[in-house]
Design a protein around this ligand. Sequence first.
Ligand code: SF4
Length: 337
Amino acid sequence: MSTARAGDPLLLVRQLRVEFQLPSASPWATPWSKKETLRAVDSVQLDLRPGETLGIVGESGCGKSTLARTLVGLQQPTAGAIFLDGKDITHLGEEGWRQLRRDVQMVFQDPLASLNPRMTVGESIAEPLHNLYPEMPLQQRWRKVRDIMPRVGLEAAWINRYPHEFSGGQCQRIGIARALVVEPRVLICDEPVSALDVTVQAQIIQLLKDLQAELNLAMLFIAHDLAVVKDISHRVMVMYLGKVMAQSSSKMLFQRARHPYTRALLGSVPLPDPQRERAREPQVLEGELPSPLNPPSGCVFRTRCPLADNLCSMQVPALRQTIAGDYAACHYADQTP
Ligand code: SF4
């Protein structure tokens, strides 16, 4: 039973940390050497309401996929707390997560790889029902499969076809049907369109928007490309080396980003107007992403930030509200033009 009050976030994450212990890469390391700690997700906070989409962006290795896997119970958090509908789900066991997967579902990046090539489309879509609702009569299961197929743009007549007979976009529609057939309340989409071409990306994004409006889903949409999250997200969170650098409404982020990293990411998004595109100052993100095993002191973005100074190397900037009302982890967020 729900313990949350109306208007409360459905998904709430507080100070979430995920670490991995890796063998030392030193050439002098022995099997007994101290392990190195990779902090993939560091002090992440977020909240998500029904009917809302939070976009999460950042380069590869920024921790967004580890965050997604932790939120669906595929990865154990090291510290922090996750609440779903007011209930603490941080340390659920396997059985607890089996129940919870009815509420929290995931759409994966590679649609073809996430489908069993030996199962027909109908069997693939029915599989989560079989796993999560074993008591459900067979007839009801197949009725749900036939219901969901047209809602994700698949013809019911394709029910006995195999994944190799479909395009990438159609396979992603099957992946979305598999996630939605159990009627979750939270949908976590991990780079769901990055393996698709631009036209198909737009179709899948429109489909997700339509389904969200119809089902009042709370959705996390993860991508490395800001242009992709722009259309679908109400709010956007920007991650770098496991930390949240900025969070704001989608509109504010695209109109007036406060964090230098967000501005650099935006600088790589082509403007639709060719005249404005030619006129704008190039904002190239220079340098390599530092190793998460050895992150920079102070602000983790300082080795690539054009505004970095001594303070940035000595003091970690807290994620705080700027005078404009958005959130940025930068000592100079209120002074940026
Ligand atoms: S705190 Fe310093 S290094 Fe970090 S983003 Fe702001 S100006 Fe750049």
